[in-house]
Design a protein around this ligand. Structure first.
Ligand code: ADP
Length: 704
C-alpha cells in the first residue's frame, strides 16, 4: 500500500507548507490530494472546506474531499460546478479566486460567504474547484499558496485517474455503510495496497501528513503487521489473529483478521479484510475468569457454611427439617433423619420401618400444609402437637412441632424451618405431677380425718380433765375433811395419853408406862401423816396462801436448830451451820421456807448414821436467789431414784420390811412449797456418799 508521508500539525509553519507540498507529490490519487488539501486548510483556518472535481466514469462531478459540510451541501456544490450558468461553472475557465456570497449556490449556503478557487495547471482550464468558507473577499495567503501548489499535482492525478484502468471503488452509500461498521474494514488489492479503509481502519492504518511522529510510527508498525498477516492468507476465507497498536494511546490491541478474496468479473481481484477487536474479548474473558474464580470461592465458602450449618444442626438433639416453598425436604439433621428418612438398607423389620417413616412423612406434610399455599400467606408460623412413630421400634413419640417461614429480601417465601421437641419427658412429668396431686389430696383427706379424730380425742381428754379435776377436788375435799375428822380425836387421844403419862390418874407400873409411851409415839406419827396429807390437799386445792414478809435467814435457821435440838441430840451426829457473810434479808413466806428446811434437816438426820449434817446458806447475786443447803454423810440415793422421791408417797425403799419410817410425802410437799415461793429443790447424791438437798428461792418473792 502506497501512502504519502504524514502531514505535520498545521501550526508547524513554515515547515508545514513544505510537508504538504511533499505529501501532495507523494499522493497516488486525486482523492488523496484533495483530502490532504482540505484537511490542511480546515485545520489552519477552521473553515468549512471542500474540493470538487470529476467523479468516476463519464458522469457528474463529485466532492472529492470535504470538511465541515453536509452531504447535501457537497452534492449542491458538485452540481453547481457542472451546471452551465451557475455561479461556480464560470470558474472552469476563469483563473483566480473569487469570493461569493453566503447563498450564492443553491443548497450549499455557507454562513459569511465563501471563496471559490479553481485548481489546475496554469494556462489550462481548472481541473477542480476549491471551496473555502471565509467571510470577505480577501484571499488568505495560505489559500493562494495551496491553490498554486496543489493545482498541478491534482490535475495530474485526475488525468492519471482518468487514464488508469478503473479500480473498483465502493460507491458513496456503500462507503457510508462501511464507515458505520464499528469494526475496521479494509479493501486492498492482492499485493496489499490499500484501496479503501473505513474510519475505524484509517484510525489504525492511516496517518495524515500532519500526524504526530508517535502516531506515524504506530501506523507504520500496524501497516507492516497487517501486510505480513495478510500475506499468510490464501485465496479462500481466512481467519487469524493480528496484534496491532492503538496509535492514539499506544496500547496493545489484538484483532482477529478475516480476509475474503473477491473476484471481480470485470477487473482485478481485491481482498476484503475485516478486523475484529479481540482485546475487549480478552479482557472480557479475563473478567469472566475472575468472576468464575470468585464464583468458585463463593461456592466453596457456601459449601463450608453448609457443612458448618450441618454440624450445628446435627449437634442439636431436637429434630430439625428445612423444606422448600413447595414443602419438599431440603435438609434435615440426624435426629430428624431417624424419624423421616427412609432407611438406606432394608434390615430386619424393614417393611414396617418403611411404613412408619411413610406415616411420619404424611403427618409432617399435613402439618406443613398449614403454612403452604396462598390461603396461608399471612400465617408466618405454625405450632402443633403430633404423635410420630419411632421407625425402628414403633413406639409412639409425642412431639411438639414449630414451623417458621423463612422469607427472602423481597418478602417472598424461600423455605420453612421446622423444629420438633420431644414431649415424652414433659408428658411423663405431667403424669407424675398428676399422681403427686392425687397422693397429696389423699394425704390431705387423711390428715383431715386424723385432725377430726384428734379434735374428738382432745374433746374427750378435755372432758376427762374436767372430770379428773372435779374428782381431784372431791378427793382433796374428802381428804381435808377426813384429816380434820382424824385430827380432832387424835389430838384428844394424845392429850389424854400425855395426862396419863404425867400421873394425873395415879402412878403407873413400868409396863403400863411403856405401852402408853408407844401409844403416844404412834399417835404423834399418825398426826404427822395426817398433817402432811392435809398440807398436800390444801396445796392442790389452792387453799395454801402465801404470807410474805421480811425476815432474816440466820434467825430462821436458829429456830430450826432449836426445834430439832432433841432429835439432833438423840442422833449423836455433828450438825453445824455456815452462813454466807453477805446474806441479805429476804421477802418471802417465812413459814414455808422454815417447813422446807425442817423437812430436809429431819430427812438428813433420819438417813445418816454417822458423820454429820452441814447446813449452809448463801446468796447468789447473779440470779438474786438464796440457797439453803442441807448436806449429810448418810446412805445417799441412786440416780435412778433421785426424781421419783419427789413424787407423792414415793420412797427409795417402799417394801413392808423397810428400815426407815415415813410417808413419802415430805419431799413432795417441799417441792410444791418451793414452787409456790418461785423456787425449786435440787439434789446431789450418790449411794453411800451422802446427799445434799438445796432449796433455791428468790430473795424477793413475787405474789402470783
Ligand atoms: P419420808 O421421809 O417420810 O419417807 P420423804 O418424802 O421425806 O418421805 O422422803 C422420801 C424418801 O426419800 C425417803 O423415804 C428416803 O428413801 C429418801 N430420802 C429422803 N431424804 C434422804 C436423805 N437425806 N438421805 C437418804 N435418803 C433420803
Amino acid at each position: 500500500m502506497a501512502s504519502p508521508a504524514p502531514l505535520p500539525p498545521a501550526e508547524a509553519d513554515p515547515g508545514a507548507r513544505l510537508v504538504l507540498a511533499e505529501h501532495l507529490l507523494a499522493c497516488e490519487s486525486a482523492v488523496a490530494c484533495a483530502r490532504a488539501v482540505v484537511e490542511w486548510l480546515a485545520r489552519r483556518h477552521g473553515a468549512s472546506t471542500a474540493c470538487v472535481g470529476p467523479g468516476d466514469g463519464a458522469g457528474a462531478s463529485v466532492c472529492l474531499a470535504s470538511e465541515g459540510l453536509t452531504g447535501a451541501q457537497q452534492a449542491a456544490l458538485a452540481r453547481a460546478w457542472d451546471t452551465q450558468g451557475s455561479p461556480l461553472a464560470g470558474f472552469r475557465n476563469r483563473p483566480g479566486a473569487r469570493w461569493l456570497a453566503a447563498d450564492a449556490v443553491e443548497g450549499a449556503a455557507m454562513p459569511g460567504g465563501f471563496l471559490a478557487v479553481p485548481l489546475g495547471r496554469s494556462g489550462a482550464p481548472a481541473a477542480a474547484l476549491l471551496v473555502v468558507g471565509l467571510p470577505g473577499p480577501a484571499v488568505p495567503e495560505d489559500v493562494a499558496w495551496v491553490a498554486s501548489c496543489a493545482g498541478p499535482p491534482l490535475a495530474r492525478q485526475l488525468a492519471s485517474d482518468a487514464r488508469a484502468p478503473r479500480r473498483p471503488e465502493p460507491d458513496r452509500l456503500l462507503r457510508r455503510v462501511i464507515n458505520a461498521v464499528s469494526d475496521p474494514v479494509l479493501l486492498t488489492d492482492t499485493e496489499g495496497t490499500l484501496l479503501f479503509a473505513n474510519a475505524r481502519a484509517e484510525g489504525l492504518l492511516v496517518a495524515g501528513p500532519d500526524a504526530s511522529p508517535g502516531r506515524t510510527r504506530a501506523v507504520e508498525l500496524n501497516q507492516r503487521l497487517f501486510r505480513e498477516t495478510l500475506a499468510q492468507g490464501g485465496t479462500s476465507v481466512h481467519r487469524r489473529e493480528v496484534p496491532l497498536v492503538d496509535p492514539l494511546e499506544g496500547m496493545d490491541l489484538l484483532f482477529e483478521l478475516v480476509t475474503t478474496p473477491v473476484l471481480a468479473p470485470d477487473g482485478p481481484s481485491v481482498v476484503v479484510s475485516v478486523l475484529r477487536n479481540l482485546t475487549d474479548l480478552g479482557r472480557a474473558t479475563q473478567a469472566l475468569g475472575e468472576s468464575y474464580r470468585q464464583l468458585r470461592a463463593t461456592e466453596r465458602e457456601a459449601r463450608s457454611e453448609r457443612h458448618r450449618l450441618d454440624r450445628v444442626l446435627d449437634s442439636v438433639a431436637d429434630p430439625i427439617i428445612l423444606t422448600d416453598p413447595a414443602g419438599g425436604m431440603v435438609m434435615m439433621n440426624d435426629p430428624a433423619e431417624r424419624l423421616f428418612a427412609w432407611p438406606h438398607e432394608e434390615g430386619p423389620g424393614g417393611e414396617s420401618t418403611l411404613r412408619r417413616v411413610r406415616a411420619n412423612d404424611a403427618l409432617f406434610a399435613s402439618f406443613l400444609a398449614n403454612l403452604l399455599g396462598p390461603v396461608n400467606a399471612s400465617v408466618s408460623r405454625w405450632k402443633s402437637q403430633l404423635t410420630l412413630d419411632d421407625p425402628s421400634t414403633g413406639a409412639p413419640v409425642p412431639m411438639e412441632a414449630m414451623a417458621n417461614k423463612v422469607l427472602g429480601d423481597g418478602g417472598e417465601l424461600t423455605g420453612i424451618v421446622t423444629v420438633f421437641h420431644d414431649r415424652t419427658e414433659v408428658l411423663e412429668r405431667a403424669r407424675l405431677l398428676e399422681r403427686v396431686k392425687e397422693v397429696s389430696s389423699e394425704l390431705e383427706a387423711r390428715v383431715q380425718s386424723a385432725t377430726a379424730e384428734l379434735a374428738e380425742q382432745n374433746e374427750k381428754l378435755r372432758r376427762q380433765a374436767i372430770q379428773l379435776e372435779q374428782a381431784s377436788a372431791a378427793k382433796s375435799q374428802f381428804l381435808a375433811n377426813m384429816s380434820h375428822e382424824f385430827r380432832t380425836p387424835l389430838n384428844a387421844i394424845l392429850g389424854y395419853t400425855n395426862m396419863l403419862l404425867q400421873g394425873v390418874s395415879g402412878e403407873m407400873t413400868p409396863p403400863q408406862r411403856r405401852n402408853l409411851t408407844r401409844i403416844d409415839s404412834n399417835g404423834r406419827h399418825l398426826l404427822e401423816v395426817i398433817n402432811e396429807i392435809l398440807d398436800i390437799t390444801r396445796i392442790e386445792a389452792g387453799r395454801m396462801p402465801l404470807h410474805l414478809s421480811d425476815f432474816g435467814i440466820p434467825e430462821l435457821l436458829q429456830e430450826v436448830m432449836a426445834e430439832m435440838d432433841p432429835i439432833i441430840a438423840r442422833s449423836k451426829l455433828t450438825v453445824d451451820t455456815r452462813l454466807d457473810e453477805g446474806l441479805p434479808g429476804v421477802w418471802s413466806d417465812r413459814q414455808k421456807v422454815k417447813q422446807i428446811v425442817l423437812n430436809l434437816l429431819s430427812n438428813a438426820l433420819k438417813f445418816t448414821h454417822e458423820g454429820g449434817v452441814h447446813v449452809a446458806a448463801e446468796y447468789q447475786n447473779g440470779t438474786g436467789t438464796v440457797a439453803i443447803s442441807v448436806k449429810d454423810t448418810g446412805i445417799g440415793i441412786d440416780v435412778s431414784n433421785q426424781e421419783k422421791i419427789f413424787e407423792d408417797f414415793q420412797q427409795v425403799d417402799s417394801s413392808p420390811t423397810r428400815a426407815y419410817g415415813g410417808t413419802g410425802l415430805g419431799l413432795s410437799i417441799c417441792r410444791r412449797l418451793a414452787d409456790m415461793l418461785g423456787g425449786r429443790v435440787s439434789l446431789q447424791s450418790a449411794p453411800g456418799q451422802g446427799s445434799t438437798f438445796t432449796l433455791h428461792f428468790p430473795r424477793r418473792a413475787r405474789r402470783t
